[in-house]
Design a protein around this ligand. Sequence first.
Ligand SMILES: [Zn+2]
Length: 331
Amino acid sequence: MLKEILPDIYLIEVPLPGNPLKNLNSYFIRGGERNLLVDTGFNRQECRVALTGALDALGADMGRTDIFLTHMHSDHSGLATGIASPTSKIYISAKDHAWMRQVFSPNGWENLNRSLARLGFSDEEVTENRVTNPLWRYSPPLDTIDAAYTAIEDGFSLSPGLYRLRAIETPGHTPGHMCLYAEEQKLLFCGDHIIFDISPNITSWRNERTQNEQLALYLYMESLKRVRELDVKTALSAHRRAMGECRERIDEILRHHRVRLEEVRGIVKKYPRSTVSGIAARMTWVSRSGWESFPVAQKWFAVGEALAHLEYLAAKGDIVQETEGVQLTFI
Ligand SMILES: [Zn+2]
């Protein structure tokens, strides 16, 4: 689907077959000298056909088009290098550029597998995740990750056509997620920072060097408060329904995480020394089918979300993290 939603801004709905996110909203901004495309889709045929078909229908000249990635996840970054021209710039935050290299490197897999065992996944689930997880299955080509991107910092500005856009770093969903804000039009490209129909997945990316104030959920809630200060008339999200009310949704998401924190704290008190996977299995999920029927990639997102809440509670001193054998547990 292709629609002009604001002057010179087109919404391109890219389908994500079989994925609960359903679609990726890519935005094309027609500019004078340079056009700008915000986010792209998975590196898979169905996405490529939808995106390039829409760009053709718009008469978009990729020789005069740059790409902005709100973050490194494959449903946003997957097609960027494949559709870019030799003169296109692909902008991504320096933090997500570094994170992308780490996650998609061959070592990224090994680290992931180690962490899955720590979180209570079985060997079969680890193997299945390796094959099915869309983050890796449809990732951008590895050989382009170093060279093809232009790493940017908070405050970086871009001026396609009518719009003067400022990149606002909003860490949480990923370490260097960015929104784009046009003050004059009170317009915000939210990426996955704000989604109107589902709550954005906040997962732990902790390593040995992570400080408490750098924990994913803590950063995410701070980033929501930062964006809440902006004067936004039109908020454009990256998944499902494109437009919605920004402040109202931020308040709902903040409330959602406070409720979640209470829920997770209650589960730990009732079932001390459970694995993270065991805790995630007892949390409330929107899907009506039971935990056991979740595809492993969904379990992986859910367990990451459980861990982000557990780490937040542990940093506050509400619960205590322990290690039993190779597994992480909480009391
Ligand atoms: Zn994402």
